[in-house]
Every structure is written in structure tokens, then in C-alpha cells.
Design a protein around this ligand. Sequence first.
Ligand code: BGC
Length: 257
Amino acid sequence: MSKRLEGKVAAITGGNQGIGLGIAQRFLEEGAAVAICYLSDKPGTERVVEGLRSGGGNAVAIQADVSKLADGQRFISETVSQLGELDILVNNAGVEKRANFWDVTEADYDFVLNVNLKGLFFVSQAMVRYLIEAQRPGKIINISSVHEELPFPHFSSYCASKGGVKMLTRNLSIELAPLGITINNIAPGAIETPINKNLLNDPVKLKSLLENIPLRRLGKPEDVASIAAFLASQESSYITGTTFVVDGGLTWNYEEQ
Ligand code: BGC
């Protein structure tokens, strides 16, 4: 297969683990240079970057807390200064907190909304300001969730953030189209990543989840990375404002016995 992202530069938030790392690996294989941002664990991230570079590609890591406006802006500006330009942004960083709605604290609400929605909003804004200034087209890919549509009881702050991402994507697709910038969402279902490590370590919960997934397996970061590579490439040039669900059939699963 020919490399679809040759000469492109991509910035990926939360690119040091899970889905973000899977996308970073795939983008490098497709010929892009990649900047990942990470919140903490510098030594661990340095090892990840060494692994990413081992195939010969150009990868850098930048520490930034995307829930803070200035950090998100710095992630974009440092990506440009270290890699020379920027074509693709993947807003992947995401967190969730489980609680009954009536027990959700202000701190947990702020944590989830500030990473998943505020962070994505302002990192995208920084990317768009850069693209306007540089007079370049660009692509924004948001890692949303099936829970931008599907209820997820006990994760109300998470659902609110992902519903916000869905609407923001639709809105920006119209506002950014005249600038040559497309924006789309990928909505993963249950993917094997650190965000659901509690579930992965609980055989009873895992079994019941698998029974809800028609393809009877969890997704892998690579399952999400392949559609991300398509959305980052010119093959998707006529697509904007849309969500691509990657969930093994979970969302529309319904059957009567
Ligand atoms: C959540 C996971 C959940 C999955 C399927 C994802 O968005 O992060 O915790 O297992 O959706 O419900």
C-alpha cells in the first residue's frame, strides 16, 4: 500500500498510550511526522517515542495539559517549531469518571469536561489560528465515543462532554469549510485501552459487555487508527462534519428472544 501521509505533520493529544498511540504508530507507517502530547510520565513517554522512532519515522513528545488553554496553545506552537508545519490534529486525549449522577462532584465534572470538551475546543482553535496564519488547509479528527449518541448511565459528565464534541464538530464543519479545513469524529465503542482498565480486569463486567457487542470482541487501537489514517488522508477530502462509529455493532445492537 502506498504511504498516504507522506510529507504531512500530525499532532495527537494523549498520543502516548491507548488509541492515541495506535494512531501515532499508524500515521508514522503512512509517512507522517508526529508530535504527541502527554500529561505526565516523562520517562515512560520517552520510551514510547523511542519505540515510535524505531521504524525510522520522525516523532517528538511535548508535555502539555490540554485542559489548560495556554498548554494546548503551546502544544500546537511547539509542534510547528519542532516539526516545521502542521497539517493534521487528532484530539484524542480523554478521561472518564464513574459516579451516580447525584454524587458527581464539581472537581470530577470539571476534570472530565475540561479535558474532553474545553481542551479539544481550544487546541482546535489554536490549530485553526495557525492554519489561517500559515494559509494552509488542514484536517481535524476528534476521538469522540459511541456515547456522543448512546446513553452511558453513571458517566453523565462523560456523555455531556462527548455530546458537546458531536455538536461542536457539526458546527465547525460549516464554519471551517471555507478555510479548507475539514473536521470529523471517530466514535469508538469498547476498545482495549487504559481508559477502561477497571472493566478489563473484571471478568463479570467484561462478559456482560461482550454479550452486547455483536462482533463479540473488544476493539483494538488499530481498529480506530485505520479510519483515522483514512480521515487524515486526501482520500477523505469530501468528508466533513460526520461521525464514524467503530464499535463492533454495539450502538445499534437490539434483539428480541
Ligand atoms: C468508554 C468506555 C466504554 C465504551 C463502551 C467508551 O467511550 O470510554 O469506558 O467501555 O465507551 O461503552
